[in-house]
Design a protein around this ligand. Structure first.
Ligand SMILES: *[C@@H]1O[C@H](CO)[C@@H](O)[C@H](O)[C@H]1NC(C)=O
Ligand SMILES: *[C@@H]1O[C@H](CO)[C@@H](O)[C@H](O)[C@H]1NC(C)=O
Ligand SMILES: *[C@@H]1O[C@H](CO)[C@@H](O)[C@H](O)[C@H]1NC(C)=O
Length: 618
């Protein structure tokens, strides 16, 4: 199948279109837009116009202007200087939006300086984040899950020595490698026992029954270095690690380096970029959060993202909960945690050793029947697009059609027609979309081979190149719609996981993605993505450039951000209209990527841009 498709593809080689030609096109485009923009504004003045249309024209004009200036500066520079320079060594592990000293200077305090603040960011020189000198290509999955190169991550000796807890245990194997828990029991660290204990505490025979019990996706707060998540992933659950930004010894950086799902996020003053009713289990093992602080708003945020009947697992060895014996009341006074969990209608299922498990109610009437001061229900639809909104002290999701107990879900990841209906998605649309991605994935896979960049590219009739075996593990779908690419990857049994990103202001399909048990997040692509440099092997963007053309941000900055988060020799596959792809190719060359435009030759104006980021040594 693959080769017959390939025959129809022509890889466009030969000289790139001269910049002057592109500029000319852009200038004409600008002129047309200017004419359209002014005439449309006049035309719409007389009629009762939807102001959005005019706004979009203006945005398009601004966007075109930004890109025009970028292209102009590209063409004006001597041809030698067309490629962007490298950043200094201090930016090797650079994550934008998390500059604590800048946040303090801007007057943020009480912990808020540690939070994500993209608005504080100073305009900086554009440069390419370079890998550390000792950087090595990560080992392939699954070997890379258990052993990483120590030179690829930033960690201090002290952090190494202090990492004694169960989910954080690691050891130095050799001079330049770090080893973690291993499935074959080579390095035993108790994670399996812990997982089995949790399963038993919620009434299951073993942790292999999590899926049947409705636990598909888990949010692992402060995941250590991801060992619990790695175990859950081996049980076919989706466990996403979320932890605050850390300049060294980052849990998120180490988890991603191991090929495990992770993203930077914190419980400080804002909501997480997820809709309500997103996860079946939220897990915190010594995650360092004092849950009854801030009038319980942090715990209410956990409640918001938990599905009805979902579990909150808290393992907390010392202090707070210990001695209070949540279950057996020796005193008459409730601890703050007991009181809070009762007020938000969680019931304590079990307590063993240092582990407590609460279950969120499935009954929306519960909230009104509380004896303690009730926590009010939020107004309907208040968190339709919760994108780093301030924390709230009201209960979310009770009026949602998605208020379905996790125990009532269908077992597989495939959504049923009834479930799709809950999301307002037509089954025909959904399955047609999936079908498109099934064939698109086959095409992509055959393109992801260095052969298409070689001097002897594949010709029709040539044998298929070998697909890159386990070369790709961390995938980001930057505009993931229903998560069809993710579903296709699963069907093909590729050993990848996908971070499904839904751009804000696009149709919010994130609930559909999460309800399939996939990893997903809402994101504004005019801002940097909350991850460390060199954390993804493949970035995929279908229609993202067209979507962003109505936003006021620069495509160049988007490409720089893509370059930052791509591993050396990682791939980017963009699919869009021919104009957007031509522009993208120019930008891709500017940031030193190898880039090829692929014409699918099926009569449409869609093109693919397949890019590979080079491995720039020192
Ligand atoms: C962080 O902000 C400070 C103060 O604005 C600035 O001097 C420094 O260069 C910034 N650091 C990074 C890595 O951008
Ligand atoms: C969940 O399943 C139980 C038992 O089958 C049923 O009684 C209940 O109505 C279901 N709840 C919902 C919201 O579908
Ligand atoms: C051509 O192929 C692309 C990518 O597979 C698809 O999106 C598009 O709808 C196709 N166009 C036509 C006219 O078949």
């Amino acid at each position: 199948m693959r080769s017959s498709w390939f025959n129809k593809v022509s890889v466009i080689f030969g000289p790139r279109p001269p910049l002057s030609w592109l500029l000319l096109c852009l200038v004409s485009l600008l002129a047309i837009i200017a004419v359209l923009g002014s005439s449309s504004s006049n035309a719409f003045d007389s009629v009762t116009a939807t102001p959005d249309i005019y706004l979009n024209y203006r945005r398009l004009k601004e966007q075109a202007a930004v890109d025009y200036l970028e292209l102009k500066s590209l063409s004006l520079g001597a041809s030698r200087q067309r490629e962007l320079g490298l950043c200094g060594k201090e930016r090797e592990n650079y994550v934008p939006c998390y500059n604590v000293s800048a946040n303090l200077l801007a007057g943020l305090k009480d912990g808020e300086e540690l939070d994500r603040h993209c608005e504080v960011q100073r305009e900086q020189n554009r440069c390419l984040v370079r890998p550390p000198k000792e950087y090595k290509t990560p080992l392939r999955w699954p070997a890379g899950r258990d052993v990483i190169w120590s030179g690829n991550v930033k960690i201090t000796k002290d952090q190494f020595l202090s990492s004694g807890s169960m989910t954080k245990r690691l050891m130095l194997l050799e001079e330049n490698q770090i080893a973690f828990h291993s499935e074959d029991g080579l390095i035993f660290d108790g994670v399996k026992d812990y997982s089995r204990q949790i399963a038993e505490m919620i009434g299951l025979g073993s942790d292999s029954e999590f899926l049947q019990a409705g636990v598909h996706n888990v949010l692992d707060i402060g995941c250590g270095f991801g060992s619990f998540g790695a175990h859950l992933v081996s049980l076919k659950l989706m466990a996403v690690c979320i932890a605050a930004y850390e300049a060294t010894g980052s849990q998120v950086q180490l988890a991603l380096e191991r090929g495990l799902p992770a993203i930077i996020g914190s419980f400080i003053s804002r909501q997480l970029p997820y809709p309500s009713l997103s996860f079946d289990m939220v897990h915190c093992a010594q995650c360092g959060i004092v849950w009854d602080k801030k009038d319980g708003m942090l715990l209410i945020e956990v409640d918001r993202v938990l599905k009805p009947g979902g579990y909150f697992v808290l393992t907390s060895p010392s202090g707070k909960l210990q001695g209070s014996s949540v279950g057996i009341k020796k005193r008459n006074m409730l601890t703050p945690m007991e009181e809070l969990t009762q007020r938000i209608c969680w019931s304590l299922l079990a307590q063993q050793d240092e582990t407590f498990i609460w279950q969120k109610t499935v009954d929306t009437d519960c909230y009104a029947s509380r004896k303690q001061v009730a926590i009010p229900l939020c107004k309907e639809g208040h968190d339709i697009q919760s994108y780093y909104q301030p924390l709230v002290s009201c209960i979310s999701g009770t009026s949602s059609k998605r208020w379905i107990p996790i125990q009532n879900r269908s077992a597989g990841s495939q959504l049923s027609s009834a479930e799709l209906e809950v999301h307002g998605v037509l089954p025909e649309d959904f399955f047609e979309d999936l079908q498109i991605w099934r064939s698109a994935l086959k095409n992509y896979w055959s393109l992801l081979t260095p052969l298409i960049f070689s001097d002897h590219p594949k010709r029709p009739g040539d044998e298929d190149p070998l697909p890159p075996f386990n070369m790709i593990r961390n995938v980001m779908d930057m505009n993931s719609h229903y998560g069809g690419l993710n579903a296709a990857f699963l069907e093909e049994k590729k050993s990848v996981w996908v971070m499904n990103v839904v751009p804000i202001r696009a149709r919010n399909t994130l609930p559909v993605i999460l309800d399939q048990g996939f990893a997903g997040v809402l994101h504004d692509w005019c801002e940097p993505f909350p991850t460390y440099p060199r954390t993804y092997d493949l970035l995929h963007a279908n229609g993202l450039l067209s979507h962003l053309s109505s936003e006021r941000c620069s495509t160049m900055d988007l490409f720089l951000e893509m370059d930052r988060i791509l591993r050396p020799e990682g791939w980017a596959v963009l699919s869009d209209k021919v104009g957007a792809i031509e522009m993208a190719r120019t930008l891709a060359t500017h940031i030193r990527w190898e880039a090829r435009v692929i014409d699918l030759q099926n009569g449409s104006d869609q093109r693919l841009l397949v890019c590979q980021k080079p491995f720039i040594k020192k």
